[in-house]
Design a protein around this ligand. Structure first.
Ligand code: FES
Ligand SMILES: [Fe+2]
Length: 380
């Protein structure tokens, strides 16, 4: 008999788990594009599996197996040659499909029998995406660009020490803003408590935060991306104004997730240069202030009071502390969900339904990319 969904492990994404099978049906952001130069290779960990990623001299990023099929050396130690990669240990060379094409110390004919896995890889809005599932990948891009004009900016992705789902759920939780982000005054304009409504769509979920006659709309793209309009960044002294933010939570493993934060900053023309100058100052202040994750840990440990958080990324520290503070994998069996958790409840029901379909061998829903004209609104 099927267990009730509260007991289902919604949060795990390792290979073979229900969540792992589900999440591997989608494109997953794995890296900020600017963090991988041509000719560079590095390791990545996604959904409890290790891989190597490199950027060929033709410019495309490639995701391949973590270890060489010869005797297991780490592939990211190797050399990128054109769009191929050569293992550092005995010089076997692989093309971007994973096919071995050279073995300097072996007999001719062996190479063609050796292949490693490679994974479809694409770029969009400054992020590298990979597909780790069976068969062909779904349509790309996985979500639409903003229609408004402005600068697309990707923040350096933090590695947050907890499961991805509690961070994703926080992004569906508009009520937390009135409490977590009250200190510091970063969210003026949305401190009134909203009434939350949510509905499933062909591409994920749409969420409404109603305050009187006003309605703030936020989008949740399957399987892990939230698109929302957020207040001007306090660390930037408000430069750039309200911004459209895409926040994708990629599971690194069950106890860590990477936040890919892509902003559309609504500045154009002559406003760009002063904005960039303000951003450079912010980045300097951010560097000088030290790790926001370390500060969040100090808050969780009781060494710094929540009320005393002082950092150019105060909002982020506040968020880390409440979300990672729920535990590395939040225990959902003892929660007491209320009306304000409507969107979270719906999302979990969708996940449960889809996991069950995969488990029972019935067809899961075919998710489609959202139409470009459906975007988030500020609501006032
Ligand atoms: S381990 Fe890679 S070539 Fe030998
Ligand atoms: Fe928050």
């Amino acid at each position: 008999m099927n267990a009730p969904y509260r007991e289902l492990d919604l949060a795990r994404t390792g290979p073979g788990t229900p969540g792992g099978r589900f999440m591997r049906r989608f494109w997953m952001p794995v890296l900020r594009a600017e963090d991988l130069a041509k000719g560079e290779a590095r390791p990545i960990r996604v959904m409890s599996e290790d891989f190597a990623v490199y950027r060929g001299h033709g410019g495309a990023a490639q995701v391949i197996d973590y270890r060489c099929p010869h005797r297991g050396a780490l592939m990211h130690l190797g050399w990128v040659e054109d769009d191929d990669i050569r293992c550092v240990y005995h010089g076997w060379k692989f093309d971007c499909t994973g096919q071995c094409i050279e073995q300097p110390a072996e007999e001719a004919g062996f190479a063609r029998k050796v292949r490693m896995r490679s994974y479809p890889t694409r770029e969009f809005m400054g992020l590298v995406f990979a597909y780790f599932g069976e068969g062909g990948p779904p349509p790309f891009p996985p979500y639409p660009m903003p229609l408004a004009e402005g600068l697309i900016e990707n923040q350096a992705p933090p590695l947050v020490p907890c499961n991805y789902l509690q961070c994703f759920e926080n992004s569906m939780d508009e009520v937390h803003v009135a409490f977590v982000h009250r200190i510091g005054g970063s969210h003026q304009g949305i401190y009134d408590l909203p009434e939350i409504a949510a509905e499933e769509t062909p591409w994920g979920m749409i969420r409404y935060g109603r305050r009187g006659n006003e309605e703030r709309i936020s989008l949740h793209y399957m399987p892990n991306c939230t698109r929302v309009i957020v207040p001007p960044m306090a660390g930037l002294d408000g430069a750039g104004g309200w911004r459209e933010l895409y926040l994708a939570f990629t599971p690194v493993d069950d106890e860590n997730n990477m936040w890919f934060i892509t902003n559309l900053v609504g500045v154009t023309g002559e406003a760009v240069a002063p904005y960039q100058a303000a951003r450079r100052k912010y980045l300097e202040r951010q560097k000088a202030a030290g790790s926001s994750l370390d500060l969040a840990q100090a808050v969780m440990d009781g060494r710094v009071r929540f009320a005393d958080i002082d950092h150019p990324d105060r909002v982020r520290v506040q968020d880390f502390a409440v979300q990672a503070g729920q535990g590395r994998i939040a225990d959902r069996s003892n929660e007491r969900l209320g009306r304000s958790d409507t969107a979270i409840i719906l999302w979990r029901k969708i996940l449960e339904r889809e996991f069950r379909a995969l488990e029972n061998g019935t067809p899961p829903k075919t998710w489609v990319p959202a139409p470009a004209e459906v975007g988030p609104t500020l609501g006032f």
